[in-house]
Write a protein that binds this ligand. Structure first.
Ligand code: F6P
Length: 344
């Protein structure tokens, strides 16, 4: 006989992203409609370990669909990586009678949930949320559209002054290991060149030649988009400490100055890309994913991730999903090459 679902938990984990609140809201509203209680778990998996939980009602999620960040706070949990930590987490689930947990976050969040549900009778359903859009099994992650538009809006402003002063601008965007955001934003802003972590760059071919080509075509301003984790070929000099703090951007600017005699200005967009009111796409996608996550638990599903594949939202097995690696869109790479190749 199918187990009656009475109470589920919801948590956010990992780097926050605009739209997480919309997903939380949808989980609570869907559950309420189905007569299921929702327990809010604060600060990711740590909330379960520490019993940092509270009952959520519709009023708790009023007026949050348009807010960035997460009302449940978020954290990365080292303790949850240990059996002892997961045992403590389960003691909270047992005490509260949690039948399932909706976990909103990235690959690391899902891997933790998979380990937990393989040890304890608690269903876990993942919702992909990261501005990097680098969860390979889902063609879309909550927050990506908002972050891209935030970066594009900022770069459009920089473009004004860059053109007025006929300067070279180096814009560093987020993306520690994934260049999806940099590639997408680079196309949208007409960048002279885009540098990504997946493809270590060669200064002469990937930067200098593109600036020269633009100059020969009559351009007097140049804009390079560089992901914070992009590294120069054969040069591990970019230490991890400087990732995210302008290391990639300033390294590139120094080379442009040294080899091309330009005087670049560097802008590191940083955590600006992580906040702000979610876009329509993120609000609606998050709401649909939150609804589907609760439906999955109600239908007795476990260890699933709600993903976007081939234009639709489906749920897939977590183990299979975690095997799929992120990759840059070949189509977007081709388009960028055409836009930044030998400009005639
Ligand atoms: O994973 C999303 C992300 O914003 C990355 O792009 C970035 O490198 C990282 O999180 C920053 O993490 P934190 O907020 O912990 O500095």
């Amino acid at each position: 006989m199918e187990k009656k679902i009475r109470r589920i938990g919801v948590l956010t984990s990992g780097g926050d992203s605009p739209g997480m609140n919309a997903a939380i809201r949808a989980v609570v509203r869907t559950a309420e409609a189905e007569g299921i209680e929702v327990i809010g778990i604060r600060r990711g998996w740590n909330g379960l370990i520490n019993g940092d939980v509270f009952r959520m009602k519709g009023s708790d999620v009023a007026h949050i669909i348009n807010r960035g960040g997460t009302i449940l706070f978020t954290a990365r949990s080292d303790a949850f990586r240990t059996k002892e930590g997961r045992a403590k987490a389960y003691s909270t689930c047992k005490l509260l009678g949690l039948d399932g947990i909706v976990m909103i976050g990235g690959d690391g969040t899902f891997a933790g949930g998979l380990a937990f549900s393989s040890e304890y009778p608690v269903s876990v359903i993942g919702i992909p949320a990261t501005i990097d859009n680098d969860i390979g099994c889902s063609h879309y992650c909550i927050g990506y559209d908002t972050a891209a538009n935030t970066a594009i809006e900022a770069i459009d402003k920089i473009r004004d002054t860059m053109q007025s002063h006929e300067r070279c601008s180096v814009i560093e965007v987020m993306g520690h290991r994934a260049g999806n955001l940099a590639l997408y934003v680079g196309i949208a802003t007409g960048a002279t060149a885009v540098l990504v972590p997946e493809e270590p760059w060669d200064f002469e071919n990937d930067v200098a030649e593109k600036i020269r080509s633009a100059r020969l075509a009559g351009r007097t301003h140049f804009m390079i988009v560089v992901a914070e984790g992009a590294k120069r070929k054969d040069d591990g000099s970019l230490d991890n400490e400087s990732v995210g703090n302008g290391g990639a951007g300033y390294q590139l600017a120094g080379l442009i100055h040294e080899h091309l005699g330009l005087d670049p200005r560097v802008t590191v967009l940083g955590h600006l890309q992580r906040g702000g009111s979610p876009s329509a796409r993120d609000r609606v996608t998050a709401t649909r994913m939150g609804f589907l996550a609760v439906e999955a638990i109600l239908n007795g599903k476990n260890n699933r991730i709600i993903v976007r594949q081939n234009g639709t939202l489906i749920d897939i097995d977590i183990t299979e999903g975690l095997k799929e690696k992120n990759y840059l869109s070949e189509d977007e790479k081709k388009v960028l090459a055409a836009m930044t190749g030998s400009i005639r």
